[in-house]
Ligand binder design. Sequence first.
Ligand code: NAP
Length: 250
Amino acid sequence: MNGSKVLLVTGGSRGIGAAVVRLAAERGWRVALSYVSNRSAAETVVREAERAGSEALAVQADVGSEADIMRLFETVDRRFGRLDGLVNNAGIVAAKARVDEMGVERLERMMRVNVIGSILCAREAIRRMSTVHGGRGGVIVNLSSRAAVLGGPGEYADYAASKGAIDTFTIGLAREVGGEGIRVNAVRPGLIDTEIHASSGQTDRLERLRGSVPMQRAGEADEVATAVLWLLSDEASYTTGALLDVGGGR
Ligand code: NAP
């Protein structure tokens, strides 16, 4: 295991992030994962990664805080001494609302976690991976959403806008560091069966929207994780700046 590549997955304790950690561990990555509050879920994922024969580390760090992000990367440096990949997965939604009901506090938190958090994590990864900084190259995968295209009307246009920003950032960063050994791509999941929907107060969301998906079902976190792992792998060696839809046609 010593010497094998190291992947950092933000928000790796539950949902899509946890599925990415498990699959990455099975495929030989050593994995660091961050979480914000659910320590026991994070520890369970660490144990699962270890059972797959990998080395894993969970770090509590809010990606809405630059100080937490700095501590997260320094902890990964100390434990593994290298970084080869980043999955910017941590993300939030807020309660279902129209734009004329949204307050500034909600909007600032949404952008701080989903957009600024992802950009700051990318910055720290580039400082470690770019050949310009003496690194050996690496890969970044950002979790966007089909909401970036659909707009989230009547529900969460702010969240959709944050993911639109992730799409544009993915393209810009891919072009910026393309000559520095770093590929940058995004995955845009559609309706995926995780706890994020309940966190927006919509426990019936999957059931309600299932019929609007051309494939007539919600996706599984594992079905997003396989796309992320492909983008992380050498099989995607000439793919950068891509926005890969994993939405069952939605
Ligand atoms: P989830 O089930 O709600 O899990 C969220 C994960 O992110 C948890 O591990 C959580 O940690 C962590 N997290 C939340 N806020 C954080 C913060 N401020 N700092 C650090 N970690 C934080 O979410 P998910 O459905 O897997 O979504 C993962 C990503 O995919 C998000 O970016 C989301 O926008 C995107 N996405 C999801 C869907 C979908 O339908 N599920 C569709 C499109 C895009 P704790 O366990 O400690 O709370």
